[in-house]
Design a protein around this ligand. Structure first.
Ligand SMILES: NC(=O)c1ccc[n+]([C@@H]2O[C@H](COP(=O)([O-])OP(=O)(O)OC[C@H]3O[C@@H](n4cnc5c(N)ncnc54)[C@H](OP(=O)(O)O)[C@@H]3O)[C@@H](O)[C@H]2O)c1
Length: 324
């Protein structure tokens, strides 16, 4: 495979990187790569046990000497706004700055359920939890030197955003529920959020100025293509359909790239010379696999009116306002 790899990542000594969903799949591989480059990685996991086990495994398997890796496992359940707030407070107490925040955790196409705060789970975890987390960590991001001159907020979306449609009359899927439609909408929401964050950083007055002054913070979106991780297996498990599990395993084995390759767009978005507001995706066949490149998401994801509306809803729903 040619193209950008982790070899091209800069050293990250003295940098603090927060990764959600760090115990599994893309978050696990991203954590390993950031840590091997010298960063302190805060592993934001919904289960501290699973996080500690993952941290031990990374230390055991890492190419770098065990003691060189600085991994800090903390509880952050994105299905609970209280948990996100507590996580944010803890980080504020213990860290002066956050150089990179990777909004990576997610669930895909699960049966309808609700978060602790009563939001449909895919929308609540994939979008609202990360919205609240980013807002809570914003002062720490503003305080950071960042990477390449700017702190970075990296938001992991999916090619499935193309199947997403915003319906502001039923964001929580109370009238009807399609598990794949809800996944698509949550991933479209990730993009609307990532691009709107960049617009607000560029122009806090709410204008459309895409350039703005030197903002000191870049919001970059990405998607991994198709990577074989627990994501598909959880979808199958929660469906209760044994055939789906067998099918997902087979599809992962045949079509999926490994999780380390799937984590490259996130790592590129976090450390390479990429503009705020960019969309990083795999460069290979149908953008499903391969090394990262800057691409373009669908038209709906750049809809400014939807982005504003989602932002306003998210502020009200989570009670979190950004200090931009
Ligand atoms: N793999 C792909 O092909 C693919 C394609 C497109 C987009 N993505 C996106 O990539 C991201 C990472 O997925 P992955 O493939 O690495 O899947 P994964 O292996 O299943 O990892 C998902 C991570 O999210 C965590 N998570 C789930 N619910 C959470 C919650 N309530 N609070 C905090 N963390 C929670 C999981 O924790 P537990 O282990 O505790 O469940 C796990 O650490 C997701 O946003 C997904 O939508 C993946």
């Amino acid at each position: 495979m040619s193209g950008w790899t982790t070899d091209e990542m800069p050293r990250l000594d003295g940098k603090t990187v927060v990764v959600t969903g760090a115990n599994s799949g893309l978050g696990y591989e991203g954590t390993r790569a950031f840590a091997e480059k010298g960063a302190t990685v805060v592993m934001a996991c919904r289960s501290v046990d699973r996080g500690e086990r993952a941290a031990d495994e990374i230390r055991r398997e890492s190419a770098a000497a065990r003691d060189d890796l600085d991994l800090d496992v903390r509880e952050c359940d994105l299905a609970s706004l209280d948990s996100v707030a507590t996580f944010g407070e803890g980080l504020g107490d213990d860290y002066d700055a956050v150089d990179v925040l990777c909004n990576n955790a997610g669930v895909m196409a699960i049966p309808r359920s609700e978060t602790e705060d009563g939001f449909e789970t895919q929308f609540g975890v994939n979008h609202l939890g990360h919205f609240a987390l980013t807002g809570r960590l914003f002062p720490l991001l503003e305080a950071a030197e960042g990477v390449g001159g700017d702190a970075r907020v990296v938001t992991q979306s999916s090619g499935a955003h193309e199947q997403g449609e915003m319906d502001f009359s039923d964001l929580n899927w109370e009238r009807s529920y399609g598990k794949w439609k809800a996944y698509g909408r949550s991933k479209l929401a990730n993009l609307l959020f990532a691009y709107e964050l960049q617009r607000r950083i560029n122009d806090p007055e709410g204008g459309d100025d895409p350039e703005g002054d030197d903002p000191g913070l870049r919001s970059v979106a990405c998607h991994p293509g198709y990577a074989a991780t627990n994501l598909q297996l959880r979808t199958a498990e929660e469906s209760g359909n044994p055939l789906l599990k067998a099918g997902m395993k087979a599809a992962n084995a045949v079509l999926g790239q490994d999780a380390a390759t799937g984590s490259l767009p996130m790592l590129y978005a976090a450390t390479a010379d990429v503009d705020g507001g960019a969309y990083v995706e795999p460069s290979g066949l149908m953008n499903m696999r391969g090394t990262p490149t800057v691409g373009r998401s669908n038209e709906a994801s750049y809809d400014r009116a939807d982005a504003r509306r989602l932002w306003e809803y998210s502020e009200e729903a989570t009670g979190v306002e950004f200090s931009i």
